[in-house]
Design a binder for this molecule. Structure first.
Ligand SMILES: [Mg+2]
Length: 245
Protein backbone atom coordinates (compact mmCIF):
# COMPACT_ATOMS: atom_id res chain seq x y z
CA UNK A 1 0.00 0.00 0.00
CA UNK A 2 1.27 3.47 -0.79
CA UNK A 3 0.69 6.32 1.71
CA UNK A 4 -2.62 7.38 0.13
CA UNK A 5 -3.96 3.83 0.16
CA UNK A 6 -2.81 3.30 3.73
CA UNK A 7 -4.51 6.51 4.91
CA UNK A 8 -7.72 5.43 3.18
CA UNK A 9 -7.54 1.89 4.50
CA UNK A 10 -6.98 3.03 8.09
CA UNK A 11 -9.71 5.69 8.12
CA UNK A 12 -12.18 3.23 6.62
CA UNK A 13 -11.24 0.48 9.07
CA UNK A 14 -11.52 2.81 12.09
CA UNK A 15 -14.84 4.16 10.81
CA UNK A 16 -16.33 0.68 10.43
CA UNK A 17 -15.02 -0.32 13.85
CA UNK A 18 -16.62 2.76 15.42
CA UNK A 19 -19.97 2.08 13.72
CA UNK A 20 -19.98 -1.46 15.09
CA UNK A 21 -18.88 -0.30 18.54
CA UNK A 22 -21.64 2.29 18.69
CA UNK A 23 -24.30 -0.12 17.58
CA UNK A 24 -23.34 -2.85 20.06
CA UNK A 25 -22.83 -0.47 23.00
CA UNK A 26 -26.13 1.34 22.36
CA UNK A 27 -27.85 -2.06 22.41
CA UNK A 28 -26.28 -2.64 25.82
CA UNK A 29 -27.47 0.75 27.07
CA UNK A 30 -23.96 2.16 27.61
CA UNK A 31 -24.18 5.81 28.63
CA UNK A 32 -23.08 8.48 26.14
CA UNK A 33 -20.07 9.69 28.15
CA UNK A 34 -18.63 6.20 28.41
CA UNK A 35 -19.33 5.45 24.77
CA UNK A 36 -17.64 8.68 23.65
CA UNK A 37 -14.48 7.80 25.61
CA UNK A 38 -14.59 4.23 24.35
CA UNK A 39 -14.83 5.48 20.78
CA UNK A 40 -11.83 7.79 21.20
CA UNK A 41 -9.76 5.03 22.77
CA UNK A 42 -10.69 2.12 20.47
CA UNK A 43 -10.08 4.14 17.30
CA UNK A 44 -6.82 5.64 18.63
CA UNK A 45 -5.44 2.22 19.58
CA UNK A 46 -6.45 0.70 16.25
CA UNK A 47 -4.79 3.48 14.25
CA UNK A 48 -1.61 3.69 16.32
CA UNK A 49 -1.11 -0.10 16.32
CA UNK A 50 -1.67 -0.29 12.56
CA UNK A 51 0.72 2.60 11.85
CA UNK A 52 3.36 0.92 14.00
CA UNK A 53 2.86 -2.23 11.95
CA UNK A 54 2.75 -0.66 8.47
CA UNK A 55 5.09 2.33 8.96
CA UNK A 56 7.31 1.47 11.94
CA UNK A 57 9.72 4.36 11.30
CA UNK A 58 7.09 7.11 11.12
CA UNK A 59 5.92 9.23 14.04
CA UNK A 60 2.33 9.81 15.15
CA UNK A 61 0.56 12.81 16.65
CA UNK A 62 -2.93 11.84 17.83
CA UNK A 63 -5.57 13.86 19.63
CA UNK A 64 -5.82 10.94 22.05
CA UNK A 65 -2.13 10.19 22.51
CA UNK A 66 0.72 11.64 24.57
CA UNK A 67 2.68 14.08 22.48
CA UNK A 68 6.20 12.84 21.78
CA UNK A 69 8.36 15.79 20.78
CA UNK A 70 10.69 13.49 18.85
CA UNK A 71 8.14 14.11 16.08
CA UNK A 72 9.54 17.66 15.71
CA UNK A 73 12.78 16.21 14.32
CA UNK A 74 11.00 13.63 12.17
CA UNK A 75 10.38 13.98 8.46
CA UNK A 76 7.24 11.84 8.33
CA UNK A 77 4.50 12.30 10.92
CA UNK A 78 0.98 10.93 10.83
CA UNK A 79 -1.47 13.39 12.36
CA UNK A 80 -4.71 11.70 13.33
CA UNK A 81 -8.00 12.49 14.96
CA UNK A 82 -9.33 9.00 15.78
CA UNK A 83 -12.84 10.39 16.35
CA UNK A 84 -13.63 13.93 15.25
CA UNK A 85 -16.95 15.11 16.69
CA UNK A 86 -16.82 12.69 19.62
CA UNK A 87 -19.56 14.56 21.48
CA UNK A 88 -22.01 13.60 18.71
CA UNK A 89 -20.77 10.05 18.20
CA UNK A 90 -22.70 8.33 21.06
CA UNK A 91 -26.13 9.15 19.61
CA UNK A 92 -27.60 6.71 17.09
CA UNK A 93 -29.22 9.47 15.03
CA UNK A 94 -26.07 11.61 14.77
CA UNK A 95 -24.11 11.70 11.52
CA UNK A 96 -21.72 14.50 12.52
CA UNK A 97 -18.53 12.59 13.32
CA UNK A 98 -15.54 11.46 11.30
CA UNK A 99 -12.13 9.79 11.34
CA UNK A 100 -9.11 11.83 10.17
CA UNK A 101 -5.82 10.29 9.03
CA UNK A 102 -3.12 12.45 7.44
CA UNK A 103 0.58 12.14 6.69
CA UNK A 104 2.80 15.21 6.99
CA UNK A 105 6.13 15.18 5.25
CA UNK A 106 8.54 18.08 5.88
CA UNK A 107 5.71 20.17 7.33
CA UNK A 108 3.37 19.69 4.37
CA UNK A 109 0.40 17.43 3.78
CA UNK A 110 1.48 14.41 1.74
CA UNK A 111 -1.56 12.10 1.98
CA UNK A 112 -4.80 11.88 3.89
CA UNK A 113 -8.25 10.41 4.30
CA UNK A 114 -11.50 11.52 5.91
CA UNK A 115 -14.26 9.06 6.50
CA UNK A 116 -17.73 10.03 7.72
CA UNK A 117 -19.15 6.59 8.53
CA UNK A 118 -22.74 7.59 9.31
CA UNK A 119 -22.92 9.58 6.08
CA UNK A 120 -21.33 6.79 4.03
CA UNK A 121 -18.69 9.25 2.80
CA UNK A 122 -15.04 8.36 2.35
CA UNK A 123 -12.42 10.61 0.78
CA UNK A 124 -8.83 9.68 0.04
CA UNK A 125 -5.98 11.58 -1.60
CA UNK A 126 -4.28 10.16 -4.66
CA UNK A 127 -7.51 8.65 -5.95
CA UNK A 128 -8.45 11.13 -8.69
CA UNK A 129 -11.19 12.71 -6.60
CA UNK A 130 -13.21 15.73 -7.74
CA UNK A 131 -15.60 17.96 -5.81
CA UNK A 132 -19.25 17.40 -6.72
CA UNK A 133 -21.38 19.98 -8.52
CA UNK A 134 -23.06 22.67 -6.39
CA UNK A 135 -26.35 21.38 -5.00
CA UNK A 136 -28.09 24.65 -4.17
CA UNK A 137 -29.36 27.77 -5.86
CA UNK A 138 -28.21 30.00 -3.03
CA UNK A 139 -24.73 30.21 -1.56
CA UNK A 140 -24.25 28.27 1.66
CA UNK A 141 -21.51 28.81 4.23
CA UNK A 142 -21.09 26.19 6.95
CA UNK A 143 -19.43 26.88 10.30
CA UNK A 144 -19.28 25.26 13.72
CA UNK A 145 -22.32 25.32 15.98
CA UNK A 146 -20.95 28.19 18.01
CA UNK A 147 -20.26 30.29 14.96
CA UNK A 148 -19.63 33.85 15.89
CA UNK A 149 -21.14 37.12 14.75
CA UNK A 150 -17.93 37.46 12.78
CA UNK A 151 -18.75 34.46 10.55
CA UNK A 152 -22.38 35.55 10.22
CA UNK A 153 -21.08 38.90 8.96
CA UNK A 154 -18.72 37.17 6.52
CA UNK A 155 -21.60 35.09 5.14
CA UNK A 156 -23.75 38.19 4.84
CA UNK A 157 -21.03 40.03 2.89
CA UNK A 158 -20.97 37.07 0.48
CA UNK A 159 -24.75 37.10 0.16
CA UNK A 160 -24.74 33.58 1.60
CA UNK A 161 -26.87 31.69 4.09
CA UNK A 162 -25.06 30.44 7.20
CA UNK A 163 -25.57 26.91 8.43
CA UNK A 164 -23.76 24.87 11.07
CA UNK A 165 -22.85 21.34 12.07
CA UNK A 166 -20.31 19.38 14.12
CA UNK A 167 -17.02 17.78 12.99
CA UNK A 168 -14.50 19.52 10.75
CA UNK A 169 -14.28 16.35 8.65
CA UNK A 170 -18.03 16.35 8.05
CA UNK A 171 -18.00 20.05 7.15
CA UNK A 172 -15.16 19.47 4.67
CA UNK A 173 -17.13 16.56 3.20
CA UNK A 174 -20.11 18.87 2.69
CA UNK A 175 -17.99 21.24 0.60
CA UNK A 176 -16.48 18.32 -1.36
CA UNK A 177 -19.96 16.91 -1.96
CA UNK A 178 -21.28 20.29 -3.19
CA UNK A 179 -23.86 20.38 -0.37
CA UNK A 180 -22.38 23.68 0.83
CA UNK A 181 -20.08 26.11 -0.93
CA UNK A 182 -17.68 27.28 1.76
CA UNK A 183 -16.56 26.14 5.22
CA UNK A 184 -15.27 28.85 7.53
CA UNK A 185 -14.03 28.07 11.03
CA UNK A 186 -13.50 31.34 12.84
CA UNK A 187 -11.46 30.20 15.81
CA UNK A 188 -8.28 28.24 16.40
CA UNK A 189 -8.18 24.51 15.78
CA UNK A 190 -5.75 21.72 16.42
CA UNK A 191 -3.72 20.26 13.58
CA UNK A 192 -5.54 16.91 13.91
CA UNK A 193 -8.82 18.72 13.23
CA UNK A 194 -7.47 20.20 10.03
CA UNK A 195 -4.73 18.11 8.34
CA UNK A 196 -6.87 15.37 6.82
CA UNK A 197 -9.77 17.68 5.81
CA UNK A 198 -7.24 19.98 4.08
CA UNK A 199 -5.59 17.00 2.35
CA UNK A 200 -8.80 15.60 0.86
CA UNK A 201 -10.27 19.03 0.03
CA UNK A 202 -7.20 19.98 -1.99
CA UNK A 203 -7.18 16.57 -3.67
CA UNK A 204 -10.77 17.35 -4.75
CA UNK A 205 -9.67 20.64 -6.30
CA UNK A 206 -10.85 22.93 -3.49
CA UNK A 207 -8.83 25.70 -1.85
CA UNK A 208 -7.90 25.57 1.83
CA UNK A 209 -6.12 28.19 3.95
CA UNK A 210 -6.06 29.72 7.42
CA UNK A 211 -8.56 32.41 8.38
CA UNK A 212 -5.97 35.13 7.72
CA UNK A 213 -5.38 33.75 4.21
CA UNK A 214 -2.00 32.22 5.06
CA UNK A 215 -0.74 28.72 4.28
CA UNK A 216 -0.74 26.05 6.98
CA UNK A 217 2.40 24.81 8.61
CA UNK A 218 1.96 21.38 10.16
CA UNK A 219 3.81 19.38 12.81
CA UNK A 220 4.59 22.44 14.90
CA UNK A 221 5.61 22.27 18.56
CA UNK A 222 2.26 23.83 19.43
CA UNK A 223 -0.03 21.98 17.00
CA UNK A 224 -2.63 24.68 16.45
CA UNK A 225 -3.81 26.50 13.34
CA UNK A 226 -5.39 29.92 12.88
CA UNK A 227 -8.88 28.90 11.78
CA UNK A 228 -9.80 27.14 8.55
CA UNK A 229 -11.36 28.12 5.23
CA UNK A 230 -12.28 25.56 2.56
CA UNK A 231 -13.86 26.96 -0.57
CA UNK A 232 -14.74 26.09 -4.12
CA UNK A 233 -12.13 27.84 -6.28
CA UNK A 234 -14.69 29.91 -8.19
CA UNK A 235 -15.75 31.56 -4.90
CA UNK A 236 -12.21 32.33 -3.77
CA UNK A 237 -12.36 36.02 -4.70
CA UNK A 238 -15.67 36.52 -2.95
CA UNK A 239 -14.42 34.71 0.17
CA UNK A 240 -11.21 36.77 0.28
CA UNK A 241 -13.20 40.00 -0.07
CA UNK A 242 -15.68 38.99 2.64
CA UNK A 243 -12.79 38.12 5.00
CA UNK A 244 -11.02 41.40 4.14
CA UNK A 245 -7.92 39.52 2.94
MG1 LIG B 1 -11.23 13.55 18.40
Amino acid sequence: MNDHELAGYLADLAGKTLLELRSSELDKGTNPWMLRDQGDKVSHNLLVDALLQFRPNDHVLSEEGTDNWARLEADRVWIIDPLDGSQDFPYAESVEWAVHVALIESGEVKAGAVTCPSLGRHYVTGAGMKAGPRQNQELLVVSNRWNTHQIAAVAERMGAELTSCGSAGVKASLVIGGDVDVYIHGSGLYEWDVCAPVAVSRAAGLLAFQLDGSEFEFNKQSPVVRGLVITRPELSESVHAALNL
